[in-house]
Design a protein. Structure first.
Length: 366
């Protein structure tokens, strides 16, 4: 037996995306694989976003799906036949139908328990449209696990029982530091989301324009890439704030840590969210957070205790929060202190045993 009570030589199949890009689900897949291997668990990883082979296929829309899906299905079938447990990272929409459902059915047909680790922020909308298709597949899974009480309540509304295992935050990498001196003349806000419509970057820019009408010395740094880059640049110019906004492109994890160390606050203007790792990582770095109160965000932070929460698509409310945070040193100190205490719940030492307990139960049952 291992130190976690698992049998020696446990074989675990792990299915999910890997970076790039450094999205939340991809990073959780990567972290979990590293933790399991460190604990002497034999991990077979099937990447759901594997690069196209040959590379030119990516430019051919219909053909590229076929070239990715067929090898994936073959790897999934083999995975189900030679592992003791399968841990599946799952999402909504086409991702569910093409990449999650086949894993569940392969595990069921080959007698291998499958843990569905669902992470999509649009679960309610997807289930409302597709629950009749999802239900027969999800019934074949051994367990449904979600990272937040928010998603647990969503699945409960559709008759599914889910248990909560939070995301793991790397508290060794993302940690608070006072070693970097922040400018006394500039209040720096940072956004670390992809440049896509669902993440509300336009709201952040409109809020900054309102702030600029009332106070000086506020700047916004945006770390991310995506299809809205030129559109957002044009909007910044139209609002007259192009000199206060920096588009940094996609940063690696060390780059994000360095960015947080030099910032005064983190801004999360998203329209849809589940359990954003970016918010938790900012808290771990001792950074006050302003976020929209959408989806699972209010389940992980509390307004005016661990973050400032504002309605989605409300630039004026976001601007007021930015001005208040800039002017209120005591509020920033409170958010920093309480945020650090809260994010400790997501450390590896707290979350890792939950996964091993689950694997042990499935191991015994099978």
């Amino acid at each position: 037996m291992t130190e976690h009570g698992l049998k020696e030589g446990l074989k675990l199949g792990l299915v999910g995306p890997l970076p790039p890009p450094n999205g939340g689900m991809a990073m959780q897949t990567l972290q979990l694989a590293a933790i399991l291997r460190e604990k002497q668990v034999e991990v077979e990883l099937v990447q759901s976003n594997a690069p196209y082979r040959p590379a030119f296929v990516e430019r051919i829309r219909g053909l590229r799906a076929l070239f990715r899906l067929l090898p994936y299905l073959f790897r999934v079938w083999r995975l189900a036949g030679r592992n003791d447990v399968i841990h599946l990272m799952a999402n909504s929409g086409w991702s569910w139908q093409l990449f999650a459902a086949p894993v569940i059915w392969a595990g069921w047909l080959r007698g291998t328990p499958v843990v569905v680790n669902y992470r999509g922020g649009e679960a309610r909308e997807y289930l409302a449209q597709s629950v009749a298709r999802v239900r027969p597949t999800l019934k074949r899974a051994s367990r449904l696990v979600v990272p937040s009480a928010f998603l647990q309540s969503v699945f409960r509304d559709f008759g599914f029982q889910a248990e909560v295992v939070p995301n793991i935050v790397d508290l060794d990498l993302f940690s608070a530091s006072d070693s970097v001196a922040r400018s006394e003349n500039t209040f720096t806000l940072v956004v670390t989301r992809n440049l896509e419509a669902i993440y509300g970057l336009d709201t952040a820019l409109r809020a900054l324009a309102l702030v600029a009408d009332e106070v000086s010395g506020v700047e916004l740094k945006i770390a991310g890439s995506g299809p809205q880059l030129e559109e957002l640049r044009e909007l910044a110019q139209q609002l007259g704030i192009e000199h206060q906004v920096s588009f940094l492109g996609r940063l690696d994890r060390n780059g994000i840590v360095a960015l947080y160390a030099e910032a005064d606050a983190m801004l999360n203007p998203t329209r849809v969210d589940n359990m954003p790792n970016s918010v938790l990582e900012a808290l771990a770095c001792g950074l006050p957070v302003i976020s929209t109160n959408v989806g699972g965000v209010p389940y992980i932070v509390e307004d005016r205790r661990t973050a400032l929460l504002v309605p989605r698509d409300d630039p004026r409310a976001m601007a007021q929060a930015m001005i208040e945070l800039k002017s209120d040193v005591e509020l920033r100190a409170t958010l920093r202190r309480e945020g650090l205490a809260e994010v400790a719940r997501y450390g590896r030492d707290k979350v890792e045993p939950l996964w091993f307990d689950l694997y042990r139960e499935l191991e015994a049952a099978s």
